[in-house]
Design a protein around this ligand. Structure first.
Ligand code: GAL
Length: 997
C-alpha cells in the first residue's frame, strides 16, 4: 500500500473514531444487566475468533486491495483474535527495558515495519440495522487502519485504549468484511517505551454495539460522603447522541433491593442516608440502572470519596494505606492478551497475599479488569499509556539531560493529552480508581503539565500523580501544582524519612515502585513496612512487580518448563532477564518473596510486652476481629509442645488491643516461642474460612546454647609435610595442610566426603547482587585462594590443630585473615573456632563459612532454624524459628535465572542423613546453612533453570553468615546491617557423624 503515512503524523492521531466516553455495555430493555457478563447483552456482538491474517515486512508490501471483499488472500493464515502475533510464531520476540528498538527519529519509523493485514467476515441481521452500530477495539498494538466492506472507516492508535468507530454507513445486512491493518511501529511507539516484551497485534477484544439512533453517549457518576459520612451524594451527568432524550434511573443497594428511582435528562443527584461505603476491605457496590426505553445500562456505583488532609490521604474520611503491586498484562503463552480467567487468577492470588492495591503499570488494563477491581476490592492507580524512557538513551543524552525530550516537544503535547484523556474518560466511573497517573518515566515538561491540568479539572474527585515530575531537564521550570502526591521510586527508607522531616514538603508521599522482586528477593519488605507504619505522611507503595515476564519455550526432554527472556530470541537490543522480576512466576506460582510480602502485610501484628501481648491492626476500615481468629503454637527449642486456638479481642482499624498469653511458659529450660497464626473467620471470594492470613512469632524466652561436652579419649595424630591425620575408634580424618581444611572424613568405615572441604566466601550471585557482583569480582571473591601461613597440632589434653589462613585472589592483596582452631574429640566431633579479620578496604563478603561436599544419599534433612522456606537476614518474614524436616531436593528454589537460594538463617542444629549415617552440625551461635544438589558454580554459570543438571551429591554450606538479599537489582544497596561487613568476626560450630536409627 502506497501513500499511507498517517502512522507518522503526529498532528492527527486518530481518524473516524468516536469521542471518548465511559466504558459501559448497553443491554436490551427487557434484559437484566445487573452483574451480567457483557456477552449476554443482545446489543453486544463479539467479533473475536479466528481471522485471516498475513504479516508483511513493510506497508509497501501490503497489496493495495487487501481490504476489498473480493480480495482472495489465499496465502493468509489463521490468526486468533485477540492475540499478539509474536505468540503465534510470527515476527520476533523482543524484550527491551529503556531502549527504543527503533532509531530515535520522531515522528518517523523505519520502513521495515512489520504490518499485520487482518480480515474477518461477520453476519448482520436486519434487526441490528436501523439504529447505529459501533465497532470497538479494546487494544491494538500499535497503530491500525480499519475498512469495512472496502470503505475506509478510519485509523487509531494508543495501544491500551479503546477505539470506537461508527460503522453504520458501511454496514450491510448479511455478510460484511472487516479488514484491519496493524503496524508494529508508529509515532505512538515513541510514547510506548514501557519495560516489557514488545508485542503487536489485535490483543484485546473486538466487538460491535448496536444502539438506537438516540442513545446515551457518555455519563459520569461522582460520589461524596457528607455529614461525617452518615450521608452521601451520588451525582450523575448524562450526555446524549442523536439528540437529548429522557431516562428513568433506579438505584439498587448492594443486596439488590431498590433504593430510589427517578426521571432525568441531563443531570440528577441522589441523596443516600447511612450509605454503605466502598473500600477495598468492604467493596459494597450499589447498581445504577439507566433506562431509555430502548436500552438499559447498568453502572456499579461504589460510594466513596478521597481527600487529602495535610500529608494524609483519606478515603471516606479515614486514613488510607496502599499495599500495592505493579501489574503488567503478561503471560508466557498469550503475551499481552489476558482473559477474564487469567485476570481472576491474579486477583485471587493478590487477595490471598494481602495485596489491596494495583498500579496498572504502565497503561490502562482492559475496561472489564477495572470492574473486577471494584467488585473484588482493589484500589487502582490507573496509568495512561505513556512511557518515553528511551529518550534518555539518545547519543550524548541521559536522565539529567534528555529525559524531557518528548515531554517538552510541543508536537507531542496533544498526543500525551490524548493518552491521558483516553485513560481518564474511559474509567472515570469506577470507584476502584483512586489515583490517575499521567504515565511512567517520561521526564517532565509542558506535555505532562497540560495533561495534568486537564485531568485535575475534568475529575476533581480523584488524586493525580506522576512520578516523572521530579526530573528537571532542559531548563524547564516544572509546575507540579496539579499533582496531589509526591511520587518516587526505589528510594531508601531514610530518604523518605528525611523528605518527610522537611515541612516544605507538603504532599503525601507515594512509593510508586519499591522492593524490586527480581529473582531471590526482595529482602527489604519489612524495613519499608516499618517506615509505612511509623509515618502517616506516606500513602504506601507498590512493589515492583507482580509477575515475571517470559516467553514460553516449551519443555525439556525431561519435562521441565522452559521460560525464555531477553536475548533468547536473538533480538537486539534486549535487557536479558530484567523482565523476570515478579512476585509470581510467569505461570503464576508464588515466589518466596510473595510469601514474605503476605506476612509483612498481615492484617494484625503482635508484640510481646513482657507480660501480655499487644495487637495492632493494619487494616483501615474493618475490625480485624470480625475477619480473623487465631491458632497458637507454643514451642520449646523449636518443637511445638502445646497448641490451641482463640478469638481476637475487638481491634478497630489501625487500633491496638491487649491480649493475655494463651498458656503459661514451660518450666523446662530452653528457648520459648509462641506463634499466633491468624485465620480467616469466614470465607470470601478468594479466601476460604480457616485459611491463613499471616502469623506472628513472639520469642518469650531466649536461651544460651552450650557447646557439646567433648567426649574424652585418646586420639592418634600422624603428621606429614602435607597432611595431619587424626583418628579414633570410629573415624579417621585427614586435614590438608595446604587448605587448612579436612580433605577426608572416614567415619564408621566409609568415606563421608565426596571431595575436599573448603572455606567459602562466594555465593551464586542473586539478581539483587548484580551490581555488587562486579565489585566482588574485582575484589576476587569469586576466585579466592587460601594460603595456609601456619598449621600446627597443639599440645595438650585435647587434640587441636591451629591454622593461620590468608584469603586472597590472583592480582589482589589479601582481603581476609583468619585463625582457625580445629578441636577434635573421641567421638569424631569437630569443633571449629575461627576468628576472622577483614581488610576494610574491601567490599562486604557474600558469605563466610565451610563448604562440605557429601556423597549421594545424604538426602534427609532436619534442622532447627528459620524455615520452612528459604530465609536470610533480611528475608525471613514468611519463616519462623522452629524444627523442620524435609529433603535436600526439596530445598531447591526454581528461579528462572539460577542463583543462590534455599539458605536458612538463625539455625541451632542441622542433621543430614543417608542410609547408615547422619552428619550433624550445631552452633554455639546461630548459623546459616544451605544444602543443595546444585553447587554454587553450576548455579552461577547457568543462564536458565532448565540448563541445570541435578547432582547426586550434596553441597552443604555451613556459614557464620550469608549476607542479606536486599533489592539492589533496581533498589537501594544492601543495608550494612545485613551484610557481612564487620571487620572482625568469630565463628564457632561443631559437626560430626552419628548413626541413624
Ligand atoms: C522502573 C520502571 C519499571 C521497570 C523497573 C525495573 O524504573 O518504571 O517499568 O523498568 O524500573 O524493573
Amino acid at each position: 500500500m502506497k501513500h499511507c503515512h498517517e502512522f507518522e503524523d503526529w498532528a492527527r492521531p486518530h481518524e473516524g473514531t468516536q469521542p471518548n466516553r465511559a466504558y459501559y455495555i448497553p443491554f436490551a430493555p427487557e434484559q437484566d444487566p445487573v452483574q451480567a457478563p457483557r456477552e449476554t447483552s443482545d446489543r453486544f456482538v463479539l467479533l473475536n475468533g479466528t481471522w485471516q491474517m498475513k504479516l508483511y515486512d513493510s506497508i509497501s508490501a501490503v497489496p493495495e486491495d487487501f481490504y476489498q471483499p473480493e480480495f482472495a488472500g489465499l496465502d493468509f493464515m489463521e490468526m486468533p483474535v485477540p492475540s499478539c502475533w509474536q505468540t503465534q510464531g510470527l515476527d520476533q520476540n523482543q524484550y527491551s527495558n529503556v531502549r527504543y528498538p527503533i532509531p530515535y527519529d520522531p515522528p518517523f519509523v523505519p520502513h521495515q515495519n512489520p504490518c499485520g493485514a487482518y480480515r474477518t467476515r461477520f453476519t448482520v441481521e436486519q434487526a441490528m440495522l436501523g439504529g447505529r452500530v459501533y465497532l470497538n477495539f479494546e487494544g491494538v498494538d500499535n497503530f491500525f487502519y480499519v475498512w469495512l466492506n472496502g470503505h475506509r472507516v478510519g485509523y487509531s492508535q494508543v495501544s491500551h485504549s479503546t477505539s470506537e468507530f461508527d460503522i453504520t454507513p458501511y454496514l450491510t445486512e448479511g455478510e460484511n468484511l472487516l479488514a484491519v491493518l496493524v503496524l508494529k511501529w508508529s509515532v505512538g511507539t515513541y510514547l510506548e517505551c514501557q519495560d516489557k516484551f514488545r508485542m503487536s497485534g489485535i490483543f484485546r477484544d473486538v466487538y460491535l454495539l448496536a444502539r438506537p439512533e438516540r442513545h446515551i453517549r457518555d455519563f459520569g457518576v461522582r460520589t461524596w460522603g457528607c455529614e461525617d459520612y452518615t450521608r452521601a451524594v451520588i451525582q450523575v451527568g448524562v450526555a446524549w447522541s442523536g439528540g437529548e432524550g429522557e431516562l428513568e434511573w433506579e438505584l439498587l443497594d448492594p443486596q439488590g433491593s431498590p433504593v430510589c428511582r427517578g426521571r432525568a435528562a441531563g443531570e440528577f443527584t441522589i441523596h443516600l442516608e447511612q450509605p454503605r461505603f466502598w473500600t477495598a476491605e468492604t467493596p459494597h457496590l450499589y447498581q445504577l440502572l439507566l433506562r431509555t426505553g430502548q436500552e438499559v445500562i447498568c453502572q456499579p456505583v461504589g460510594v466513596r470519596d478521597i481527600t487529602v488532609k495535610g500529608r494524609q490521604v483519606l478515603l471516606n474520611g479515614r486514613p488510607l494505606r496502599l499495599k500495592g503491586v505493579n501489574r503488567h498484562d503478561s503471560d508466557p503463552v498469550t503475551g499481552f492478551t489476558i482473559s477474564y480467567q487469567q485476570a481472576l487468577k491474579d486477583l485471587a492470588l493478590m487477595k490471598q497475599h494481602n495485596v489491596n492495591a494495583i498500579r496498572s503499570s504502565h497503561y490502562p488494563n482492559a475496561p472489564w479488569f477495572v470492574q473486577m477491581c471494584e467488585r473484588y476490592g482493589f484500589y487502582l492507580i490507573d496509568e495512561a499509556d505513556v512511557e518515553c524512557h528511551g529518550v534518555t538513551e539518545v547519543f550524548g543524552g541521559g536522565d539529567e539531560t534528555t529525559f524531557g525530550l518528548i515531554a517538552q516537544q510541543k508536537e507531542f503535547a496533544p498526543l500525551i493529552l490524548d493518552r491521558v484523556q483516553r485513560c481518564i474518560i474511559r474509567d472515570k466511573n469506577s470507584p476502584a480508581v483512586l489515583i490517575w497517573s499521567l504515565g511512567n518515566e517520561s521526564g517532565y515538561g509542558p506535555g505532562f503539565e497540560e495533561a495534568g491540568r486537564w485531568g485535575r479539572d475534568y475529575d476533581p474527585t480523584r488524586l493525580m500523580h506522576y512520578e516523572g515530575s521530579w526530573h528537571q531537564t532542559g531548563g524547564h521550570v516544572n509546575d507540579t501544582s496539579m499533582l496531589d502526591l509526591y511520587s518516587r521510586m526505589y528510594n531508601e527508607p531514610d530518604f523518605v524519612r528525611q523528605w518527610l522531616e522537611n515541612p516544605a514538603n507538603t504532599k503525601p508521599f507515594l512509593l510508586v515502585e519499591y522492593c524490586h522482586a527480581m529473582g531471590n528477593g526482595p529482602g527489604d519488605l519489612e524495613d519499608y513496612e516499618t517506615l509505612f507504619l511509623e509515618q502517616p505522611g506516606i500513602l504506601g507503595g507498590f512493589v515492583w512487580e507482580w509477575c515475571d515476564h517470559a516467553i514460553d519455550g516449551g519443555t525439556t526432554a525431561d519435562g521441565r518448563r522452559k521460560f525464555l527472556y531477553g536475548g533468547d530470541s536473538g533480538e537486539f537490543p534486549h535487557d536479558i532477564n530484567f523482565c523476570v522480576d515478579g512476585l509470581v512466576s510467569p505461570d503464576r506460582i508464588p515466589h518466596t518473596g510473595l510469601k514474605e510480602l503476605k506476612n509483612v502485610w498481615r492484617p494484625v501484628r503482635a508484640r510481646w510486652l513482657g507480660d501480655d501481648i499487644e495487637l495492632r491492626s493494619t487494616l483501615d476500615f474493618v475490625d480485624v476481629s470480625q475477619l480473623a481468629e487465631y491458632r497458637w503454637e507454643l514451642q520449646l527449642d523449636g518443637v511445638v509442645v502445646e497448641r490451641g486456638e482463640g478469638t481476637l479481642p475487638a481491634l478497630p482499624p489501625r487500633g491496638t488491643a491487649r491480649m493475655a498469653l494463651p498458656c503459661p511458659l514451660p518450666h523446662q529450660p530452653g528457648r520459648v516461642d509462641l506463634r499466633l497464626i491468624y485465620l480467616a473467620r469466614t470465607g470470601s471470594d478468594f479466601v476460604q474460612a480457616g485459611e491463613e492470613l499471616g502469623f506472628d512469632q513472639l520469642t518469650l524466652r531466649q536461651a544460651q546454647r552450650q557447646a557439646p561436652a567433648p567426649k574424652p579419649g585418646r586420639l592418634t595424630v600422624e603428621e606429614t609435610d602435607a597432611e595431619i591425620r587424626v583418628s579414633g575408634e570410629t573415624f579417621a580424618y585427614v586435614l590438608d595442610r595446604f587448605t587448612g581444611c579436612f580433605k577426608s572424613l572416614v567415619w564408621n568405615g566409609a568415606q563421608r566426603l565426596a571431595g575436599p572441604m573448603g572455606f567459602n566466601v562466594w555465593r551464586a550471585p542473586t539478581d539483587n547482587d548484580r551490581k555488587i557482583r562486579r565489585v566482588w569480582e574485582q575484589a576476587g571473591y569469586d576466585r579466592a585462594q587460601v594460603r595456609v601461613a601456619g598449621c600446627q597440632v597443639l599440645e595438650g589434653e585435647e587434640t587441636a590443630i591451629r591454622c593461620e589462613l590468608v584469603f586472597a585472589a590472583s592480582i589482589r592483596q589479601p582481603f581476609l585473615r583468619c585463625t582457625a582452631l580445629w578441636r577434635l574429640d573421641a567421638a569424631g566431633t569437630i569443633t571449629l573456632e575461627l576468628d576472622g579479620v577483614r581488610d576494610e578496604a574491601f567490599p562486604f563478603l557474600p558469605r563466610f563459612g565451610l563448604r562440605i561436599k557429601l556423597p549421594a544419599g545424604f538426602e534427609q534433612l532436619d534442622y532447627t532454624g528459620y524455615g520452612p522456606q528459604e530465609s536470610y537476614l533480611d528475608k525471613k518474614n514468611a519463616c519462623w524459628f522452629g524444627r523442620f524436616t524435609g529433603t535436600v531436593s526439596g530445598e531447591y528454589v526454581d528461579y528462572i535465572k539460577p542463583q543462590e537460594h534455599g539458605s536458612h538463617m538463625g539455625c541451632q542444629q542441622l542433621r543430614l542423613s543417608c542410609a547408615d549415617a547422619a552428619l550433624w552440625a550445631a552452633g554455639q551461635q546461630p548459623f546459616s546453612f544451605r544444602a543443595s544438589h546444585y553447587p554454587q558454580e553450576a548455579l552461577a554459570a547457568a543462564a536458565h533453570n532448565f540448563e541445570l543438571q541435578k547432582s547426586d551429591q550434596v553441597e552443604l554450606c555451613l556459614d557464620y553468615k550469608n549476607s542479606g538479599i536486599g533489592s539492589n537489582s533496581c533498589g537501594p544497596v544492601l543495608a550494612d546491617r545485613y551484610a557481612l561487613i564487620e571487620p572482625r568476626f568469630h565463628m564457632q560450630l561443631s559437626f560430626g557423624f552419628t548413626s541413624v536409627d
